[in-house]
Design a protein around this ligand. Structure first.
Ligand code: UFG
Length: 340
């Protein structure tokens, strides 16, 4: 049986991926220090999969991480362990470089020491920077350019992985560039836990819907888009999780060095369209105000997902209505996230 190590596996994307792997009879090991997650997640994963998960509460930057490699035969490592808030990364760049890169390097060093040579890396559409509108959708071979420290950690991470691939013929990696993950597990047992005021649109919207925040701030309605609000490629977190399953299956089958894939739907929705879809799903009017543009935002971002379809046999199957339905289901059933 293949054993898959999920570093940061108790987080938003990691937890959904754990369930999809367990349901497909993969052996899953989760390592997490709960810096942005919650111990209750593990029990919920087990409940959904009707299976036990091997779990270590550890920081992947530390020497203690080695025990996981000593005690297990690992086939593939998936690295979700990273900070991800763009705004915080601008305020605290050093902690972003330290956390995201030290953890990545420690993981790769342990993999080398224990002869584990298959790696899935969580990257982001942020590595495309501000793609000119007539060049959209973004393709994997486009030049990369990060516009904030968080994006830099992903870009440098990609470079580190490519360099290892160039130096070591046995090393195989799939780098997944996520577009905008939203939604939650259909059961309402797993979703995105946010501490404090959310930076991203969907958790903000759901907190407005439960009355915890008074209204949504829409950051600008003067972009060069149909309704003037920003366009993003929102992707259901369960589709994203299945993308990881496909990447792992490919790594277990072929030795193809380092490969890059967009995970998006290929379809962009404006902020206004998302608000309308959410209103339909929640049967609620969402109060909003149009405010200034947010620094660093681009007008439009959406993927060309055709490479993932061709090579990984993966394509998103859930649309914007399902994404809104499941985000709302999660928030309304868990008003305090995993602390309920
Ligand atoms: N937005 C609002 N109001 C809010 C929050 C967001 O109007 O309160 C708008 C933004 O201006 C943007 C859209 O909603 O047009 C999406 O914003 P998010 O903050 O949800 O997501 P981003 O596209 O800014 O960022 C996300 C991830 C990053 C990743 C990036 C890649 O959070 O980690 O996608 O494009 F790097």
């Amino acid at each position: 049986m293949s054993s898959i190590l999920l570093a940061g596996g108790a987080g938003y994307i990691g937890s959904h991926t754990a369930v999809e792997l367990l349901l497909r009879d993969k052996d899953v090991i989760i390592v997490d220090n709960f810096s942005n997650s919650n111990p209750n997640v593990i029990e919920r994963i087990e409940r959904l999969a009707s299976k036990r998960v091997k779990f270590y509460e550890l920081d992947t930057r530390t020497s203690e991480f080695e025990i996981v490699f000593k005690e297990n035969e690992i086939d593939v490592v998936v690295d979700f362990a990273a900070y991800k808030a763009v705004g915080d990364s601008v305020k605290e760049p050093l902690s972003y470089y330290e956390n995201n890169l030290c953890s990545l390097i420690n993981t790769l060093k342990l993999m080398k020491k224990y002869n584990v040579n298959k790696f899935v890396f969580s990257s982001s559409a942020t590595v495309y920077g501000d793609v000119k509108v007539d060049m959209l959708p973004a393709r994997e071979d486009y030049p990369r350019c990060a516009t904030n420290p968080y994006g830099n950690t992903k870009l440098i991470g990609e470079e580190i992985i490519s360099d290892i691939g160039n130096a070591d013929d046995n090393f195989n990696s799939i780098v997944l560039r996520y577009f905008n993950p939203i939604g939650a597990h259909q059961s309402g047992l797993l979703g995105e836990q946010t501490n404090g005021v959310p930076a991203n649109i969907m958790p903000y919207l759901t907190k407005v819907a439960i009355g915890e925040l008074p209204f949504l701030n829409i950051f600008g309605d003067d972009y060069d888009t149909e309704d003037g609000t920003g366009i993003r490629d929102y992707i259901h977190v369960v589709d994203l999780a299945i993308g990881h399953v496909k990447a792992i299956e490919r790594l277990l089958k072929v030795n193809n060095g380092v490969e890059f894939f967009n995970l998006g739907t290929g379809k962009g929705y404006s902020v206004m369209e998302l608000v309308r879809a959410f209103s339909r799903a929640s049967q609620m009017e969402i109060p909003y105000k149009i405010v200034e543009r947010r620094d660093g935002d681009v007008a439009m971002s959406y993927a060309d997902p055709s490479k993932a379809k061709e090579v990984l046999n993966w394509e998103a199957s859930l649309g914007i209505d399902e994404m809104c339905r499941d985000s709302w289901n999660w928030q309304s059933k868990n008003p305090n996230g995993y602390d309920d």
